[in-house]
Design a protein around this ligand. Sequence first.
Ligand SMILES: C[S@@+](CC[C@H](N)C(=O)[O-])C[C@H]1O[C@@H](n2cnc3c(N)ncnc32)[C@H](O)[C@@H]1O
Length: 306
Amino acid sequence: MIHKPVLTKEIIQYLKIKKDGTYVDCTFGGGGHSKAILQELGVNGKLYSIDQDPQSIKIGKKIKDSRFKIFLGKFSNIEKILKKEKNRDKIDGILLDLGISSIQLNSSIRGFSFMNDGPLDMRMNPKSGISVSQWLKKTNQKTIEQVIKNFGEEKYAKKISRAIILQIKKKTITSTLELVQIIKKSIPKYDKFKHPATRTFQAFRIYINQEINELHKILKIIINILHSGSKIAIISFHSIEDRIVKNFIKNYSNYPNIPKKLPITELQIRKIKKKIRFIKRIKPNISEIQKNPRARSAILRICEIR
Ligand SMILES: C[S@@+](CC[C@H](N)C(=O)[O-])C[C@H]1O[C@@H](n2cnc3c(N)ncnc32)[C@H](O)[C@@H]1O
């Protein structure tokens, strides 16, 4: 199963790839965006790609190109990952295409999908951390409810968490479709346009992979490792991520509010908070959504370090 990259043309256009520039694709996935960036780079360009999924690394290793390097790891470890790279201080652009790929979603053994039966896992790196099944076994109802509510924005979080705990008292939940059945039975009314398990699966995936923490961490790091003129492209797929990205851009687009009478120069203010310039917010057009329905909830935000 391949992954169709989203908004590729727009990413290339707004990252304004320099022929001899250095770029980091923090979310390699199936490599669609990385390959598009490589096509734009000249012989002296450089692309570093990162993914925490060993399967993506396997795909990346097939790209034989001296301008390209791929690393297994979390993007929040970017500084450590690139420590030995001589271009690490010259990054001209960073791409974050958040969430999971179609490769992960459609592979039933990974446990991300509520449509196919598989082990209830959902780890982007199956060799690290614990699966959703293991976590549910050792946690409590309140935590499950909070996770479903906070990361799934599910109004039936209490009912679902109660049903999960009742089931676990009898038997561990090991498969995705087992969880789907529990959710279906506990929800009094289904949404017309959404599968009843959508929100809970999203919530568990975000929680088990610590996706929100990862996003907060990388945004903080980006501010420090990029230089003036560097571009940042971030694609989010749900409102929780998008809110974080939006607030990040907003917070750094303004100088801090410093009382007028304070004896502080413009230069000193700049040192307090590095500024970002917001460039554009882009959503896929109808034709892209028709070709790739996964694109329908994508929002790309582009900004630049001042
Ligand atoms: C939406 S897909 C990216 C697809 C990619 N842009 C392409 O063109 O194929 C997201 C990828 O990011 C990876 N990922 C998500 N969070 C990560 C993190 N914190 N650190 C490293 N990789 C991460 C996932 O494993 C997944 O492969």
